[in-house]
Design a protein around this ligand. Sequence first.
Ligand code: ISL
Length: 517
Amino acid sequence: LPQTDWWRTAVIYQVYVRSFADGDGDGTGDLAGVRARLPYLAELGVDALWFTPWYLSPLKDGGYDVADYRAIDPAFGTLAEAEKLIAEARSYGIRTLVDIVPNHVSDQHPWFRAALRGGSERELFHFRAGRGDLAPNDWRSQFGGPAWTRLPDGDWYLHLFAPEQPDLNWSHPAVRQEHEDILRFWFERGVAGVRIDSAALLVKDPRLPNFVEGRDRHPYVDRDELHDVYRSWRRIADEYDGIFVGEVWLPDTERFARYLRPDELHTAFNFSFMTCPWDADRLRTSIDETLAEHAPVGAPATWVLCNHDVTRTVTRYGREDTAFDFATKAFGTPTDLSLGTRRARAAALLSLALPGAVYVYQGEELGLPEADIPRDSIEDPMHFRSGGTDPGRDGCRVPLPWVAEAPHAGFGGEPWLPQPADWPSYAADRQAQDPASMLTLYRQAIRIRPVFGDGPLAWLPAPDGVLAFTRADGVMCLVNLADTPGDLPAHTELLLGSGPLDDRGRLPKDTAVWLRA
Ligand code: ISL
């Protein structure tokens, strides 16, 4: 594969292995399933695959609870098979990214097991005495409930997520050393990049102050010491031509851009676009702010519509409130799927026309909706830690439908999460035959996308509610979010549309087109 700055314009497909394809019929997706579907991914035209954690794990948080980074979970396959998969993908021209989770490990990780036995390994975590019967401080877990769990011996340990995910102590040199070794381990195995989970949370104020006391400076988000960690990681990545994509949730654009300085992370997920409502002004502002914050540091933007933590795009856009917010996720929110699908198609053309890299979460190319998971099938710790009020994130993690006529829509065995009754209608084999399907749209868009080149974005004059921009001479992207149909510029050739024009050749509401003069 050519060693260019491929990551600046790449389309990267996110594989949630557990739900992608089941090669051995046990109901859990696995590496054999991915290998069998490499031709599908090649035909889709993606440049790289990002695998959510596939390492040995009790799967208390879908693999974001790692027990051993140097082993693949037996439910998914073996290390030898992962190496084979990386090589096979490369033979299709597809690069591989792995996911690392430096904020915490599984409570089954050998370090934490030794810490529980009372060893000096406790220094690798945050163990503290309580304040009488109270936890050492007032921090809350991101999944709900206190961020501290008490052991029978009276000590407490910190976990920003589930109790099965104890936080590591990043002031300890062994923690830094181990993660540098893990990076090398995977770069040596041919991966092209690494996604960094919860990248702004690792370092804690060593005093572990209450929130009230630490109000001027957040005690565990975006600490300055993080930049030192990422600078040393960057030196390792550079030895291998590897890249990073950071999961950095920070509303402050100036603080966000610090992670993207030339000697730190190459890229970070653009969550402002992912959470933005379907509104022309808001989208335009989000795009402009994104480009403006990336330009000074020379990092490419990324465009993300969905991932394994948030509501599926067609469902989000089919709701009255089209923004995404963890805090407002609720059971049974009404959705108009045909509206949501129309918008998701337009959003696909929008994101694939913007300057930078694009992330596509598995199943988005099939237009899958968020599934209603029966309460007794939910596995996500977010659901349980919320006391059952939050539906959690399983609704976007349902095993994919591949073959309409096959049992379990061709996923494999009885899926670990139930598939909705209409899942076969979304099957990849059916959509591949349908010129109007979401899959066909994604395939065409990824194929045609290079016409936009790598130039900057320039907005074109357009009526209210219409986004119109160009990047290469004569090539345009138009998205109509207004209530009325819009005229297309004269003397243009239609390269691709997210839906049909109306009978007078105008661009209908919630439709996008790519045009060439
Ligand atoms: O709380 C948040 C935003 O307000 C979150 O963004 C949180 O930091 C984020 O969802 C972290 O997600 C990642 O790490 C989690 C895991 O459960 C997710 O699946 C993963 O994407 C813990 O490892």
